[in-house]
Design a binder for this molecule. Structure first.
Ligand code: PEP
Ligand code: MN
Length: 370
């Protein structure tokens, strides 16, 4: 639901906000030259039934009931009268203890990096420290986010399933040491409040891509979230899944492509097939930032770098890469060891991304019309 209000009508805006809260919604205001636009976020059906009230408020110019499929996240929204409105893409902010704000989707590549899982305190601290050093060396500390799993979804029930809250404590310690914010996966909707009290950002993994109770719990937590695409989901199903989070009033959603199950995988030369075209599709269809995970489609650390570089051609907003602090740890690593990239090589990749941004991206943006 979108309401255009002529400038200078603060009382009207406040009344819209109050009504939104009563209906379980939230308002974000976008300033324009002649009027301000109030976006009513969440499941707006109750709010819309009060059209008689808000249309009559002083200064209300036009109210649009959004007729698009994805009411909260759509890039192009249509009013019932058929007018179209193109929304700005909306960056998602994650703040670190170092006071720096990471803005995902604001035009600069965001580097999410860390182990598949927190397994040992020394391992997590070493990777976090190396990530911080990379940030300092290239003056991009405000673009680095630590990643690490504690609750691990495993295909086989007898495989190691992560350290749970003990792993979260290790990530907390790494944040304390380095100031970097971290993202970690949540699997159980009952645990969302507890994990949200620690993590700076939560991740919904591919195996929970349509676990809607989980999506709603994460939406209610009002924390930034990465929503991975289900490895068998169409883009449309992925967008509806994001709507489950947005419907709770949480628009701080980052979509992450991580590879599909296709016939290509049968030959055994990769784990999943990266669908890079979908990155452009997300940008055209939604206001949400989109990142790419080069590690899980690879399944092999020698393929991670080329996957990451390939995604740059699609103007991706960031990447999330699994790494290793020292080669000797590979044999001990209990999950996703083969695809872990060592931090030295990762640092070379960061350098390549920065060069790409400077030298190639301007031409690419001109060619793609973005
Ligand atoms: C992960 O990030 O370690 C993970 C389990 O990812 P996915 O859900 O994409 O398999
Ligand atoms: Mn993994």
């Amino acid at each position: 639901m979108i309401i255009e209000v002529e400038k200078g009508n603060e009382t009207t805006l406040q009344q819209i906000r109050d009504l939104a809260v009563r209906c379980g919604n939230r308002v974000e205001v976008e300033d324009g030259p002649l009027f301000v636009t109030a976006w009513v976020i969440g499941d707006t059906r109750a709010f819309e039934s009060r059209a008689g009230y808000f249309n009559g408020l002083p200064g209300v110019r036009h109210a649009w009931a959004v007729a698009s499929d994805y009411k909260n996240i759509a890039r192009v929204v249509r009013s019932e009268g058929g007018r179209a409105h193109i929304r700005e893409r909306r960056p998602v902010e994650v703040k670190g203890l170092d006071g720096k704000v990471r803005r995902i989707g604001a035009g600069k590549h965001i580097f999410m990096v860390g182990p598949d899982s927190a397994q040992e305190l020394g391992q997590v601290l070493a990777i976090a420290e190396l990530a911080k050093q990379i940030g300092e060396r290239f003056d991009i500390l405000d673009r680095i986010i630590l990643r690490g799993g504690a609750f691990k979804p495993r295909t086989r029930p007898t495989d190691w399933r992560g350290l749970g809250m003990q792993g979260i404590a290790m990530l907390d310690a790494a944040r304390e040491e380095t100031g970097l914010p971290y993202v970690t996966e949540v699997m159980d909707h009952n645990l969302v409040p507890e994990i949200a009290a620690h993590a700076d950002m939560m991740q919904i993994g591919t195996r929970n891509a349509q676990n809607f109770d989980l999506h709603e719990a994460v939406g209610r937590a009002q924390k930034p979230v990465i929503l991975k695409r289900g490895f068998g989901n169409e883009a449309q199903e992925w967008f509806y899944a994001a709507e489950y989070i947005a419907n709770q009033g949480n628009l701080d959603i980052v979509l992450c492509e991580r590879g599909m199950k296709t016939l290509y995988v049968k030959g055994g030369y990769c784990r999943f097939h990266p669908d890079l075209n979908v990155i452009t599709h997300v940008r055209k269809q939604t206001i949400l930032p989109v990142i790419f995970d080069p590690s899980h489609p690879a399944g092999d650390h020698q393929i991670v770098g080329q996957n990451l570089i390939a995604s740059l051609g699609y103007l991706v907003d960031g990447t999330m890469t699994e790494t290793l602090h020292e080669e000797s740890f590979r044999d001990k690593q209990l999950c996703d060891a083969a695809q872990a990239l060592d931090m030295d090589k990762y640092s070379r990749l960061v350098e390549a991304v920065l060069r790409f941004e400077e030298h190639v991206e301007p031409s690419l943006r001109a060619v793609s019309g973005e």
